[in-house]
Structure formats: structure tokens, C-alpha cells
Design a binder for this molecule. Sequence first.
Ligand SMILES: [Fe+2]
Length: 277
Amino acid sequence: MQIAAITDHTGADVRGLDLSAPVGEAARQALRAAFVDHHVLAIRDQSLSPSQLLQAVTLLGEIFPQHNTRFALPECPQIHYLSNQDHFPDGRRYIPGEGWHTDHSNDVRPPMATALHAVKLPSRGGDTQFANMAQAYDALPDSTKARIAPLMAIHVYQSSHSARKLMGLSEVNKERVPNAVLHPLVRTHPESGRKSIYVNPIRIEGLLGLDHKEALPLLGELLEHATQPRFQYRHVWRHGDLVIWDNRCLLHKANGDYDMTEVRYLYRVMLQGDVPR
Ligand SMILES: [Fe+2]
């Protein structure tokens, strides 16, 4: 197995690994360490069935139950799919993952990691962008670090301030998804110890104790700062890619910039995280 950094802060290519076969303990530990060091692993040349994918990702952690079971694969419900062939009830096309976000931050223990495995890709476009929130935090002026240090953000399933609308939850799903949770605006990575900015424009409804007039411009400034190109890695998908990333220190976004007559279909699975601190 070869692991090679893609940028100097985010992303590594992993080659020479076949996840459809058993993986030894040394390789598992090397993958786990690379995941924490590089935040995004692009494991190349895989061809995994849903159950093989499940087995592969559980090398790195426990499965996180996703909130909207509408996208679960019937034959393997812990795995969901992302597809550009879905539509909102009003007929508009649903492009999952557009706009900067971190997955399921409205959970008490949001997923540590998300993994996507490309099943069908458009001939061009549909890249996934990642922004490194630890790099972004380090680059903040000290005055901003001091200002945001004590702040707590209120995360909900769908922020009323978000331009992007999510697919609604069924009544059964609503019962098991919290109405709102509080997470710090600056979180410390439980493994690396690095601090990062923890924002999420589709989920954050407000900042505890701050008026919207103050909170929304601050959140907007933090997002603009944190998603500058210098903090980004842009993943160009290839057939066979299994990409797994660390939600504890990254934002990500999909791009609906390709020919929508072409199918883009990926399997998605998440790993359990801990309470952000
Ligand atoms: Fe996402």
C-alpha cells in the first residue's frame, strides 16, 4: 500500500490496496493514521458491493445511522445512495450535497467520517470540494479567535437561513432526529488536538445568546474566510474511487455542474463520531 499526500494540508492518494480482500492489522493502522493526518483519503481502484463497502469502512470505525432513510439501499440499509436522478416532490431536481456543509451536525454525536464510493460518474464535473477548518482556524486573527472561543452554535435539521433546502424527513425519521443541538463554534479534534472552526450554513440556526443581527454576519465572515481556495482540496472523481473524509475538521460541497442527462450515483456510509468539544 502506498499513501501519498495530494496537497500540503488536505488529501492523500491510497494505492495498492484491495478492500474487497481481508486487510491486515498493520495496514488498518496505517490507514487510520493517514486518515487523521490527511483528513481525506482517496482510495483508488476499488470495486465494492454494498456489503464489501460496509466491511471496508468499519476498519476505521462504527457505522453511524443516517437520518433520512429515504436514501437507504433496500438490500443494505446502513448504506445510502447519492444520485442526481432524484427530484423534490414539486418536480425540481435534487442535487445532494450542494453548498458548503458538514454532515449531520444536528446530531448530538455527528459522524466522524463520511465515505463515498463512486458507482456511476458523469464524463466530466461533479467534483467534491473540501475545506480544511483547522488551517482556516490557525489563519484567523487572534482577536477573532478570542471572540469565537466561547460561542455555541444551535444546529437543526434545516436552518431557516440556508439557501439550500434539504429533502424533508418522514414522520418516522423526525421522531429520532433531535430538534436542535448545541455545539461549540470552535472544536478540538479528539485525535490530533488541533482546533478548527465548526460552522455549517445549512444547519446552524443561530449562536446562543447572540442576536441574529450579530450572529449571521459573523457566521458569514467565518465561512468566507474558511472556504478560501488556499484551504481547499478539490477531488476530481475517477471510477473506482472510495473517498473517506474527516467531518471533524472539514467542510465539503458537491458541484452540480455536469450534464444532468448523465447519471452520477455513489454509495454513502458514515462512521460514528463523538460529542464535539
Ligand atoms: Fe455531505
